[in-house]
Design a protein. Sequence first.
Length: 131
Amino acid sequence: MSKLRDSLDKFLAWQERNRPEYASQLQPGLTEEEIEEKLKDIPFRLPKEVYQLYQWRNGSTFDYFLPGSGFIFLPLERAVEEYELNADTYSTDDEYDEPEEYWNQYYFPIFFEGAESAVLGVSPMSNFPRQ
């Protein structure tokens, strides 16, 4: 088991003991094939840790997930939708004279709260190997 998976399992155990209403909102994990299918149109590869995260659980329903914050762990299909929406908005909307101030095509949203996202920034040179 990876250190990440071990940490996620400990976090889940804490949630189940202390915040079962949050733990129950986590969706079952995805297979590597399901992840690949959902990410097929993203123009870069995500690191193996993102795959491990989504194999562990596929996000949560839309309620609070992280203790002390309002961030939601986005299901992968929703994260892809958010990525595509941002890519489309900032590449086609004339309101944003300098879209790079608002958007980077190598940012992939994983957590979301209202108008804010916690994103993973991937280098354009990244070519993470398949697991």
